[in-house]
Design a protein around this ligand. Structure first.
Ligand code: HGY
Ligand code: MN
Ligand code: MN
Length: 414
């Protein structure tokens, strides 16, 4: 049976089988791996099957275009990502890509005929942070990824973006050619699972996103003195891990007590070396993620955390190094797109609610160049980035219909 005939739910299942680490549970399909490129080819075939003109840009972003009846009018873009984080679920990003193809298929075969504006489906390369910060494909498109970044940004095995690109036959020296011409784009809309539990708790099937929270991510390195755990008295230690743990607890307090009420603060990973039970850790590393839709509140928490780090390391006789991994700007979605999505919901008599996205998405980066909006469908149990990530088939079909309706409204907007 052809890919299109399977429908979005069947295609999600097929894509889920393209997995680099099935034994570990969940789906691992990191960008610029052979499996990722196989998945890209699967999506390109679906695009061709519904008659889109397909191209891969020099950074590996994939585009499928439906020409509108007025090819000179700036296009409406829609899409998401098909790379995953580690041991993840089947829906994050994938829904926004396969749902966009199905929405465009519905639009182009519907009674209303070809939309006025062209519609372009995009598969962004590397939304997940394999190389430290996320959204590298959309960063490249909006000019926020330099050729130097491609050598500097490395994954947990030390592989750089440039090396990974070459490994799949792409040329890192051409990253500058992968740029978006904003004059050719009227709007970007992304369909995505909520990855939280707001819609499920409200019992509302569609979220129209009004704001996207953005991260300030840091790599914190604390250095002390490795020493014998048995022979070193407590007063004579410079324990890097103890300092790191004290800072992690302080970060949680700062996030919890932030006046905005929408700040989240996480130490996603902590490591200590040398890592032996009988050696006082000489070095510790924290990967820190602070987010908010309110930039001033996020900055206040980040500044307070940096001050706490300085005080803790000073008091404990430790050295401190902080590297910024990402510092993105929170997004207010375009009222035109919010209104179009709400109109589509009313047309379909679908209940909807306005919502903030706690997760970041490629729409966050695209907002630097074009108006953006997002449509959410419920995540069962609010679970995501997990093998247990699940969205019900009828919620998926409904989300695709709302996306199609939104694209139609935008495509006919003068
Ligand atoms: O971390 C995020 O918000 C995104 O899902 N990568
Ligand atoms: Mn994700
Ligand atoms: Mn995602």
């Amino acid at each position: 049976m052809s890919g299109v005939a399977l429908g979005v739910n069947g295609q999600i299942e097929q894509l889920a089988h393209i997995n680099s680490d099935p034994a570990a549970g969940g789906i691992t399909r990191e960008v610029f791996t052979a499996d990722y490129m196989t998945a890209n080819d699967y999506v390109a075939d679906l695009m061709r099957e519904i008659g889109l003109s397909v191209r891969l840009d020099p950074f590996g972003n994939l585009f499928g275009r439906l020409e509108g009846s007025d090819p000179t009018a700036p296009a409406v873009m829609t899409g998401s990502h098909i790379d995953t984080t580690l041991n993840a679920g089947a829906y994050d990003g994938v829904l926004g890509v396969l749902g966009a193809i199905e929405a465009v298929r519905q639009l182009s075969s519907g009674a209303e005929g070809r939309p006025r504006r062209s519609i372009e489906v995009v598969v962004f390369a590397g939304e997940e942070p394999r190389f430290g910060s996320g959204c590298i494909g959309s960063r490249a498109l909006v000019g926020q990824l330099s050729r130097e970044d491609l050598d500097a940004m490395r994954d947990r095995s030390g592989v750089s973006i440039a090396e990974a690109l070459r490994g799949v036959g792409l040329d890192p020296d051409r990253v500058g050619e992968a740029s978006l011409d904003p004059s050719g784009v009227m709007a970007f809309v992304e369909l995505h699972i909520e990855q939280g539990s707001v819609l499920e708790e409200l019992g509302v099937p569609i979220g129209v996103v009004t704001h996207i929270a953005a991260p300030h991510d840091m790599l914190v390195t604390i250095r002390g003195a490795a020493a014998h755990a048995g022979a070193t008295p407590m007063h004579a230690r410079r324990d890097a891990l103890a300092g790191a743990v004290e800072a992690a607890v302080e970060l949680e307090r700062l996030g919890r007590e932030s006046p905005s009420g929408t700040t989240v603060a996480t130490v996603g990973a902590i490591s200590a070396s040398p890592g032996a039970i009988n050696v006082i850790p000489g070095e510790a590393e924290l990967k820190v993620d602070i987010r908010d839709r309110d930039l001033a509140a996020r900055d206040a928490v980040a500044d307070a955390f940096l001050a706490a780090l300085a005080e803790i390391t000073e008091r404990r006789g430790l050295e401190l190094e902080v590297a910024t991994i990402a510092r993105d700007t929170p997004v207010q979605c375009s009222p035109v797109i919010v209104d179009a999505a709400r109109a589509a919901c009313r047309e379909l008599a679908v209940e909807h609610v306005e919502i903030t996205s706690g997760a970041y998405h490629d729409a966050m980066l695209m907002s630097a160049k074009v108006p953006v909006g997002m449509i959410f469908v419920p995540s069962v149990g609010g679970i995501s980035h997990s093998p247990h990530e699940y969205t019900k088939p009828d919620d998926i079909d409904r989300g695709v219909h709302v996306l199609a309706g939104t694209l139609r409204v935008l495509a006919e907007t003068p």
